[in-house]
Design a protein around this ligand. Sequence first.
Ligand SMILES: NC(=O)c1ccc[n+]([C@@H]2O[C@H](COP(=O)([O-])OP(=O)(O)OC[C@H]3O[C@@H](n4cnc5c(N)ncnc54)[C@H](O)[C@@H]3O)[C@@H](O)[C@H]2O)c1
Ligand SMILES: O=C(O)C(=O)C[C@@H](O)[C@H](O)[C@H](O)COP(=O)(O)O
Ligand SMILES: [Zn+2]
Length: 368
Amino acid sequence: MTTETLSVALAERSYDIHIGPGLIDRAGTLMKPVMNGNRAFVVTDDSVAPLYLDRLLASLDKAGIKHLNTVLPHGESTKDFSHLEALVDAMLEARCERSTMVVALGGGVVGDLTGFAASILQRGLDFVQVPTTLLAQVDSSVGGKTGINTRHGKNLVGAFHQPRLVLADTQALTSLPRRQVLAGYAEVVKYGCIDEPEFFAWLEENGFHVIVGEEKARRHAVAVSCRAKARIVAQDEREGGVRALLNLGHTFAHALEAETGFSDEMLHGEAVAIGMVMAFRLSARLGLAPVEDAVRLERHLAKVGLPTGLSRNRVWDVERLIHHMAGDKKVKDGKVTFVLARGIGQSFLTREVPAEAVREMLQDFAKV
Ligand SMILES: NC(=O)c1ccc[n+]([C@@H]2O[C@H](COP(=O)([O-])OP(=O)(O)OC[C@H]3O[C@@H](n4cnc5c(N)ncnc54)[C@H](O)[C@@H]3O)[C@@H](O)[C@H]2O)c1
Ligand SMILES: O=C(O)C(=O)C[C@@H](O)[C@H](O)[C@H](O)COP(=O)(O)O
Ligand SMILES: [Zn+2]
């Protein structure tokens, strides 16, 4: 089976993304050329470890790379200060050196936390992403955003720290529960909505194959997504401008995640699906996008089984959601920067959004 290789063009921080089946077994050989020493420290979680850790370690052995590892509890609540401290401690205990290659084996939680730990340990260790969720393969493993959540909000402490290599083993996705596949699929749809309307149309036709696990469709979706993200990151690594488009739906999503306590009540990808519907509904309400495009997005997300509205199992406090949004990283001079759209594939940034329109849109969603 074929492997596709893309590149993230960032001058001296450039790196390759390999996409295809069986890459975990080749990790050691692929990592060797980007390593300064002969040691690796592998970080994973307790759901991924029984599935893929031994295979990864065997590939390091085969390449003659010495290694130690640590296993974290799975789930979004691991992406916090206490687990960061425990991880940094484990890395120091293991006598990680500046030349030790840190390896993040897992989903976005392991990737974000491990990347951040690597960025601060001894002022910066190199790291490799081995993403094992669809979300991590199409989004979080690429682009160098690392960090943790705090009680003040999502991803509010972190660093830009690019990996040296990304190995997206599409075979690893076969063990992923459907709910997690769908959460990752929301970020795939995001690229279509940002500036690739033909990809959105492809997903309307083929999204089902991506979700049920057809290897060729999955590989295509991962490759198109990584290419889209790499193109934007190469233009604007530290989010001075255009990179904020990758935040489509996220200002709302992060507020929803904060409100649900960064728990599995609402996964990041599920929040992004709802957040994108909110962004399109708001765009339509402001007369910027045709209502038909908001409906089209909602219809596709609902058809594959993603949430498009707020659960009736809790009471949503709109003022609290607005309060969370006010802490967004895209706030400038006290004004939230929104990612809105003129239609599918035509997203843009604006800070000229009347507060009342946002409030009314959220009230519509919160209605019982
Ligand atoms: N840095 C970025 O650019 C970026 C982009 C998007 C999302 N994120 C972050 O990523 C996180 C979400 O990542 P996620 O959706 O991967 O969640 P996750 O890391 O929590 O993984 C989801 C679950 O799947 C399990 N799992 C992972 N791989 C598996 C496999 N192959 N088979 C079976 N189970 C497996 C994990 O143990 C976990 O329980 C959020 O914190 C989000 O903020 C970051
Ligand atoms: O890489 C980016 O840039 C993104 O915005 C990707 C998002 O999917 C991801 O969830 C990111 O962590 C959100 O960015 P943040 O800066 O708002 O934390
Ligand atoms: Zn995201």
